[in-house]
Structure formats: structure tokens, C-alpha cells
Design a protein around this ligand. Sequence first.
Ligand SMILES: [Zn+2]
Length: 265
Amino acid sequence: MKISLIDIGSNLTHDSFASDRDAVMARAFDAGVRRQVVTGTDGASSNRAAALAAAHPAVLSSTAGIHPHHAQSFDASLRARLSELLRRPQVVAVGECGLDYYRNFSPPEAQRAAFVAQLELAAAAGKPVFLHQREAHADFLAILKDFRGLISGGVAHCFTGGRSELEDYLALDLHIGVTGWVSDERRGQALREAVPHIPGGRLMLETDAPYLLPRDLSPRPKSRRNEPGFLGHIAAAVAHLRGETVEAVAASTTQNAIRFFGLNA
Ligand SMILES: [Zn+2]
């Protein structure tokens, strides 16, 4: 049986795909990735992601949002642009948005303001949020709690936390996005312990390509560029940790993504 997967976080508009994007998309499709949700991280990339998804409606959807690194750029005109993008059918979620206090490329105060504004946009659009959080768990949770009743859903994208962070997210009925981080025996230990405890109805898979090439992928591409076509490798790692077949993980994560993003199956 050929598995069928959905990559809920693919940065397909990234420059590293500029010269061979069609080939990357074809390889992904051949590897069973039937749909990718292309991540928007700022105004320009959200526009590009929406245009790319509109050009390939059978295999691509997109998100529109401002990554916390770019929170400082959030203003009324960006808000209007996101709101316009969110009216398009191929734009299925707000994000990525959230808080990242690891590098603080934007001041925390600006990050919190942009996050709140995007949660308001999600509530108004009736679309879920694609969430990014790094070293900001308490503030992130507090803000989300205020909005949880107003938004249709949220996915903790590139979840790397352990059991207690997982429990906090599940208490807010969030979905959990797992990347190739799960293959990292050094840095991914907490995640590897948490993966078996993610309820089957809350788990989704993502490559975060071109980032986060799975460490144990073989052969490793010389470019070290991750591709959506490697999603099956992540599905296999997750299946192994959960004691499930890869077919079962593919089926449940695909159903979850279809339901969560309201995709045309
Ligand atoms: Zn992220």
C-alpha cells in the first residue's frame, strides 16, 4: 500500500527552492505527499505562498502570518494584507505566529502585540492558527488561553517540548505538529518521550523544509536542504516511537490535517 501524507509546514517559497521548485514538488508527490501547507512568515512570503497555492490548488494550500522574528514590522497595512489573504480559499490558517524569546529579533512587547492581533484575525476569519513558540511558554500559554474560545483551532508547529509542555497544549485542545526533530537522538530526547502520548486525533506531520533535515536520513543530500518529499521518513520515525504502523500514522495524520485545515480531501 502506498502511503498518503500531508506536510502541514513546508517553506516552499524559500529561496533555496527557487531553481528547482517544480522538481521538489514532483518528488514530494511521488513520495506520497498529496498536499503541502506552505508556510507564510511575513507579508511578502504570505503573498508568495498564497500565489503558489492558487497556481497548484490540487496539491498546495498556504498560511498567512507574521513570524515573531518579524513582529516589529506588524502594522495596520500588514494587518489589512493578512485579512485580505485570509478571505482566499487556499489560505487555510493564520501563521506562523506566536512568540520566540530565544533570539528576540523583535522585542517581546512587539511579539505579544503581533500575536494578539493575529489571533484576532483568526477569530474573525474563522480559520485556525499555525503556532510558533520558543522559550516563551508561559506568556504564549497565557495569551492563547484568552483566545482559545474564539479561534477554531491551533497547531503547535514544530513541537519540540516534553510531556509537561504537551499536557499544557492538550489542555487547550491544540494539535501537535511533529518535524524531523524527532529523529535527533541528542536534542530530540524530550520530544521522543512525548510522541507516544500525543492523542491520535491531535497529531500532524511537517518537514519545515528547507530547515530541519532529519539527522538520520540516508543518503543525506549534500546540500543538507530538507524537502517535503522526506515526510515519509518522519512518519516512519513517529510510527516507530508510537508502536504503530506507518500506514496507520499516515492515515490518522492525514485525516487530522484535512479536518483541522478544512481541506478538500
Ligand atoms: Zn516556526
